[in-house]
Design a protein around this ligand. Structure first.
Ligand code: ADP
Ligand code: AMP
Length: 215
């Protein structure tokens, strides 16, 4: 299966993608995770991306499109795209690459959440630096305070999850990313899922739609 998960920052894309790949077995291609790995490795791409990421701005389209098309090529069994495409130019770049390869996206899911719910989700987010598991200090607590359930590593807060950077990321979403929904509505069916619910309920709603495709 080839999927795209859309939604504002903090909508729960990463959280739901991890559960989707566990159930259906495709690759999880998160542009944010790939960029953070590039930064950690000290690569040229990571160095070019870091200023944009720390401010909450988008990394330039040409860098992102090349990075994500390369990742897609390494996922022959299918994938779920998380955080990409984030501009209409990125969606066009993806479409061109898919057309060239004779492939198509099976479903696009849009996780909907009001702006008011986003700040507390992002400032309360904690991640495991070892396995990438994502928690929340109130909504999705680890079994032991501030320790990953899977590997006991100490959880960290992302530098771009501070209130000022979150505000800029939300602004960027409305100015540049929301238009991607309109772009896809012209040619594809977008499945809207209410993500302002309990995490497990959102997962159940997503699985219900994907099971129908898978079967
Ligand atoms: P995204 O990948 O869309 O930026 P995440 O999956 O990282 O979002 O979720 C952002 C934060 O919100 C995390 O701390 C996560 O635990 C929490 N979260 C995710 N889904 C929900 C939900 N349905 N209700 C409450 N909190 C959630
Ligand atoms: P995320 O992990 O999806 O919240 O992304 C973290 C940051 O990485 C964003 O605020 C951007 O700076 C950058 N980023 C991730 N994906 C993209 C993308 N598709 N286009 C441009 N920048 C991106």
């Amino acid at each position: 299966m080839k999927l795209i998960l859309l939604g504002p920052p903090g909508a729960g894309k990463g959280t739901q993608c991890k559960r989707i790949v566990e159930r259906y077995g495709m690759a999880h291609l998160s542009s944010g995770d790939i960029l953070r790995a590039e930064r950690a490795a000290g690569s040229e791409l990571g160095k070019k991306a870091q200023g944009y990421m720390d401010r909450g701005d988008l990394v330039p389209d040409d860098l992102i499109i090349d990075m994500m098309i390369a990742a897609i090529k390494k996922a022959p069994k299918g994938y779920v795209l998380d955080g990409f495409p984030r501009t209409v130019a990125q969606a066009e770049g993806l479409d061109a690459a898919l057309a060239k390869a004779g492939e198509r996206i099976d479903a696009i899911i849009n996780l909907q959440v009001p702006d008011e719910a986003i700040l507390s989700r992002m400032t309360g987010r904690r991640s495991c630096p070892v396995c990438g598991a994502v928690y929340h200090v109130v909504n999705l607590r680890p079994r032991v305070d501030n320790r990953c359930d899977k590997d006991n590593a100490e959880l960290v807060q992302r530098k771009d999850d501070t209130p000022a950077v979150v505000a800029n990321r939300l602004k960027t979403y409305h100015e540049q990313t929301a238009a991607v929904i309109g772009y896809y509505k012209r040619a594809n069916t977008i499945v809207a899922i209410d993500s302002n619910k309990d995490v497990d309920q959102v997962t159940a709603d997503v699985f219900k739609r994907l099971d129908a495709l898978d079967g």
